[in-house]
Ligand binder design. Structure first.
Ligand SMILES: [Cu+2]
Length: 206
């Protein structure tokens, strides 16, 4: 796969008002770290681009109830193609794929699915909270141009490139014991950042 493929203008074309209809990407979320979560987290993330409107919707089930779950696009600023982590990502063999161990396959945390994705603010309390049944839904519509501009500012001019990213869902109860080998970001507890599901957005239709 070349670094410079040209299959990404879907978002740019829509941004430019090229008259294309809505473009939909669907990420089928598959569970991660199931022996730690004791759950089979699953669901779907759907991204619909229609003119300047970009709507992110997630429907996730099989998560720890009554707690907030972080969710983001992850990827590479150099637009290398991100893939969901496999078991091989657990390079220290402690049985947990922690957030740092995802980075070689998944890249870094990029766009937060919160009340304000355009802020690009990763640390915030506006991620969705699961209900008592261990599921949540989230939906937010933003301006594609605004998000693209914020994204470029944060990632050295990179394109949003939805199909080149992955969606990850995070979080287990803070009462869950983790080995000290499970790392996290800054002083955020590993229980908050541990990935529990991942999916690759696939452009629908032709
Ligand atoms: Cu994330």
């Amino acid at each position: 796969m070349t670094a410079c493929n040209s299959s990404k203008p879907a978002a740019s074309a829509a941004a430019a008002g090229a008259g294309a209809g809505p473009v939909t990407y669907v990420a089928d979320l598959q569970p991660l770290n199931t022996s730690t979560t004791g759950l089979q987290t699953s669901g779907e993330a759907r991204i619909v681009v229609n003119g300047d409107s970009l709507t992110i919707t997630t429907n996730v089930k099989g998560v720890a109830p009554r707690m907030t779950h972080l969710q983001h696009f992850h990827g590479f600023a150099d637009n290398r193609d991100a893939i969901c982590p496999t078991a091989a990502a657990d390079t220290n063999h402690d049985g947990v794929i922690d957030i740092h161990e995802t980075e070689p396959m998944v890249g870094v945390t990029m766009v937060p699915f919160t009340s304000d994705p355009v802020s690009m603010q990763i640390v915030t309390n506006t991620y969705p909270t699961a209900g008592a049944d261990g599921s949540f839904t989230y939906s937010k519509t933003v301006s594609l141009a605004a998000l693209d501009s914020a994204f470029k500012k944060t990632f050295n001019g990179s394109d949003l490139d939805i199909a080149g990213r992955v969606v990850m869902i995070h979080g287990i109860p803070d009462s869950t014991k983790l080995k000290s080998s499970v790392s996290s970001l800054g002083d955020i507890p590993a229980q908050v950042t541990i990935p529990i599901a991942c999916g690759k957005p696939v452009k629908q239709g032709n």
